[in-house]
Design a protein around this ligand. Sequence first.
Ligand code: AP5
Length: 204
Amino acid sequence: MKVILLGAPGAGKGSQATKIAEHYNIPHISTGDAFRSNIARGTEIGVYAKSFMDKGQLVPDDVVVKIVAERLSHKDCENGFLLDGFPRSIPQAEALEKLTEVDAVVDIEVDFSVITARLTGRRTCPCGESYHISWLNSDTCPKCGQKLFIRDDDKEETIKQRLDVYQKTTEPLVAFYEERGVVKKIDGNRPIEEVFASIKEALG
Ligand code: AP5
């Protein structure tokens, strides 16, 4: 099963990706996580990516495509994968088409007012999990115990910029994949478990 998760920043892609990858036993490939891991390790790619991420801009296509192409060449992607946060532009989608075909594109739709409340209250764990402050009663990860942090790009002005970039550059991908007949639209304004149930139903 080769699946792409589409949706605006904060639509819940990461939250659903963990569940989908576990349920269908496929690798979860998040370009955002890959960049954050590079930033934490202080690599050249990390330093370069951070200069775009902190401003709410996209990392240039050639850098992202190279990372994804390398990851998709691993053996564990042979029978399927879940792409979270890639592709994010038409050139990225075209590059992906040259590498492989996808079976489904899950488009999680959420109102922008809901998204802003989600992202300003998000707390992230180095293990990859994210939570909302309204559900937490401590500053450590309920799953692994590590200290939670606020992502640098979760400031209100950066969130606005990320949403603008999404509308201009990423949203056109919905039409791109609709032409290929693979889009499954999901109402992401509902609780996480309800959204996940709809995704499972859509994917079969
Ligand atoms: P990335 O890490 O991919 O971030 P994003 O797409 O902006 O998405 P988010 O991680 O912010 O949100 P999400 O949809 O995963 O929501 P989540 O589940 O966490 O990318 C970061 C940056 O890296 C980009 O801005 C760009 O610079 C760069 N980058 C990455 N990929 C790139 C690419 N392909 N090309 C170029 N540049 C790239 O949920 C958010 C919050 O809401 C959490 O607190 C969560 O607990 C809560 N929540 C989730 N679902 C629900 C629900 N149903 N109900 C209530 N609360 C919920």
